[in-house]
Every structure is written in C-alpha cells, then in structure tokens.
Ligand binder design. Sequence first.
Ligand code: PEP
Ligand code: MN
Length: 277
Amino acid sequence: MSFKISDKIKLAVKQSPEQVTRINIGDLTIGGNHVIVMAGPCSVENREQLLKAAQVVKDAGGHILRGGAFKPRTLPYSFQGLGEEGLEILAEARDKTGLPVVTEVLAPEDVELVESYADILQIGARNMQNYPLLKKVGKAEKPVLLKRGMAATIEEWLGCAEYILAGGNMNVILCERGLRSFDKVTRNILDVTAVPVIKQVSPLPVVLDPSHGTGVRSLVSPMAKAGVAAGADGLMLEVHPYPEKAMSDGAQSLPPEMFRRLMSELKPVAEAVGKSV
Ligand code: PEP
Ligand code: MN
C-alpha cells in the first residue's frame, strides 16, 4: 500500500486487499453493493416534526432515520436537544416506518441509555477523540458511526476507530463530514478523497455527510453524487419537513422535494459504479 498509515493500527487497517467489514442492521447491509442512505433532521425537535421527516425519508427510499436527541452545540444558549424524550420519539418513528435509527451519544454516561433506543450510535466530529467515550462504545453491542473530527488526519481518525475495535466492537462505520479550512464560502471542505483512501486502506465502511460537509443546501445533492461515484458505502443527509423553521442546521437541510429528487438522481450514479441505492 502506498499510503503512509502507521503500522501500529491493526484492526482499522486491511490485513489483505480483499478484507471488507459488512455490518448488518436488520435487513440492511452496510459495506456491500447497496448504498445506504441515512437521512433525517439535525435535531429531533418535537414528535410531529420527526414523524413527518421519518415518513418523507421512508417514502423517498431512504434506509435509516437520523436525528439528534443529544446535540453538541457551539454555544450553551442554543437548543441542546430533547434528550431521552427525543430518543422515545425516534423509537416511535422506527415503529411506524420500520427504519432503523442512528443518533448521537455525547457522553460516556449516556451510552447505555442511547443504546437502549438506537440501532447505531453516532460519535460526533467534536467527540472523535473523546477516548473515554470511544472505550465505552467499544464495549457496546450496537454498531458505531464515527465521524471524522473537523481537523483530524485520516490516520488519527483510523486511530480512533481502533479504540472502538480494540474494545471488541467490530461494527464501526466511518463518516467523513468536512474539514475546517480558510475558505468561508462553505461551512467546511468536504474531503471526498477520504472515501477512496478509506476504501483502499481500511476494511470499514465509509459514509459521506455532504450536509455538514458543505453547510449549503444547494451543494448537498452534487456532493452526495460525488460521494457515491467515489465509492461511498452510504450517505448521511439532513432532511427537514420545513427547513426554514429548523432549530439547527436549517441552511443545509433538504426540504422533502429536494430529498426525493436526489434519491432518484442517485440511482444512475450508483449503477455507474456497480451498485444500487
Ligand atoms: C450532526 O450530525 O448533526 C452533527 C452534529 O454532526 P458533526 O458531529 O459532524 O458536526
Ligand atoms: Mn446537524
């Protein structure tokens, strides 16, 4: 392999070129030939909003429902999420639609609670290097979606995945969500190159998040397609029934009709790289 990745990373790096980790969630497989779309609002705001979003995701052909109940906000005055009430609403949406749920866990002491509701535990970009949290989810039963820190190298990101794998939890999904840069035109610089790098060096599935990666609604669809073309195993997309009223990340959230259009436009892109969506 021609990439410079520390040979001390054992589990998060391929030991042979064919090695692939496939993660099963209900009937879904992440890391196979089917592109998995995780979509939903940034935050669970209330029951009506989340159930509506879940139905939009389901009807458009999305596979997994996302939504934050514990929110990592830049300021303490911003909406911090509904906590356990948000988890209950997510579980209700899963019951109604059949969609598995991915949601963020912010703190080690909340892992058991979040795990009792969620199908996938999300570790946010700000917590990528929260080692006590990584060790805790390394002992969890549920798969973990590990977002790349906003200033993390690929090697550091794989090192954090190694913490979870070394704890015994082999079901880790990596998520590229954009890097901090000097250019303020977009919220972040989405590192699409990380997708084929991960596919070549790591057995773990990799998902692209063009919502946080760009911060701009009109850029989500082109970058989602770029991610699928580059070989992403899935996408994480923010979708809101009324983005203009969103309590967080409205500017990057797709309204229902844009999400539906994107889902149909992804099909030929996936087919072009030998996959389906
Ligand atoms: C989110 O998914 O809403 C989120 C907070 O993402 P990130 O950790 O990538 O900023
Ligand atoms: Mn968000």
